[in-house]
Write a protein that binds this ligand. Structure first.
Ligand SMILES: [Zn+2]
Length: 314
């Protein structure tokens, strides 16, 4: 399974989904998860590109597949359908397009787990933030967050994901509600990744949570893998975040940097780090203690292919 695979070596997760969907025509203000039904082939083509780049972990196109976010598109009644479809598209992409010898897998082929080759990639059911705030900062009760996450996670499990990834989080309480919803309702591994920004008082999430508090809070709630993704950090700073986490825990760590620090140009957020540039930082991430390396905003299959190559070379 995924957690034992992590003991064999570094695993590579995929890169961005959102920016790739936009490139394929997803309009501004449109629901990305709806494409799991209406543009199934487009979503699967993105998974395919990441699999062919050698990625071991494929995230479902369900980042905003929670009730709060779907409601904004009038799609909350289709939550179940959209999440299951997201999981199935990723699973089918692996069956059709994965090359078992790709990437850095060192497990001898033929080792089997749940009928699947150990070297086959895994489907991670993607759970993003709700966009709402918990009491007392906001109006939503903790139980409500739990209920909302449980609904999405159960749908992803029904779609047969291999693990749950809770990512791009900035509120520890929201994260913990999601972890509990995952852990209390199934026994799949749970990866939890929060987003950090640099500041005078060290790295903090947008909600002001520091790294020691994050590591302690996530560990106590049962996260199997802890990580950092996205955020206004450069690649060097992402390595610093992982390094600090490594001093605080023995759990596997995941780093999913953006393609460089985001820059605002003419009202548009751009990520300018080239595939070569991001790959050159891979060593620093590994030395800092990362066990899974993926990509966030602005990363493409080209970035991930270079990262796979860089990890193999280490
Ligand atoms: Zn991002």
């Amino acid at each position: 399974m995924l957690l034992s695979r992590l003991k064999e070596g570094i695993l590579i997760a995929d890169g961005a989904m959102g920016t790739m969907l936009q490139e394929r025509g997803l309009g501004k203000g449109k629901c990305p998860e709806e494409w799991n039904i209406s543009h199934r082939e487009e979503v699967q083509a993105i998974h395919r590109a990441y699999l062919e780049a050698g990625c071991h972990l494929i995230l479902t196109n369900t980042f905003g597949g929670n009730q709060f976010k779907l409601k904004k598109f009038g799609l909350e009644d289709r939550l179940h359908e959209l999440n299951i479809a997201g999981a199935k598209i990723a699973r089918e992409a692996i069956e059709k397009f994965s090359a078992p010898s790709a990437g850095t897998c060192r497990v001898a082929s033929g080792d089997r787990n749940n009928g699947r080759n150990e070297c086959h990639p895994y489907v991670l059911g993607d759970v993003g933030p709700t966009g709402e705030f918990m009491e007392p900062v906001g109006l939503v009760k903790r139980e409500e967050f739990y209920r909302v996450f449980k609904k999405q996670i159960l749908a992803l499990i029904e779609g047969e994901v291999d693990a749950i990834i809770i990512e791009t989080m900035s509120s520890l309480e929201e994260c913990q509600a999601a972890i509990q919803a995952a852990k209390e309702n199934n026994n799949l591994p749970v990866i939890v990744s929060m987003s950090f920004d640099p500041g005078e008082r060290g790295f903090r999430t947008m909600m002001g949570v520091d790294i020691p508090t994050v590591v302690k809070g996530l560990s106590e709630t049962g996260a199997d893998v802890i990580g950092a993704n996205c955020g206004r950090v450069s690649l060097e700073e992402m390595a610093e975040v992982i390094k600090e986490m490594r001093t605080l825990t023995d759990k596997p760590l995941m780093a999913q940097p953006n393609a460089g620090r985001p820059r605002l140009i003419e009202g548009r957020t751009v990520y300018e780090q080239s595939p070569e540039g991001i790959a050159s930082e891979v060593k620093a991430l590994v030395q800092a203690g990362a066990n899974i390396i993926g990509g966030c905003c602005g990363t493409t299959p080209e970035h991930m292919a270079k990262i796979v190559k860089a990890v193999r070379a280490l």
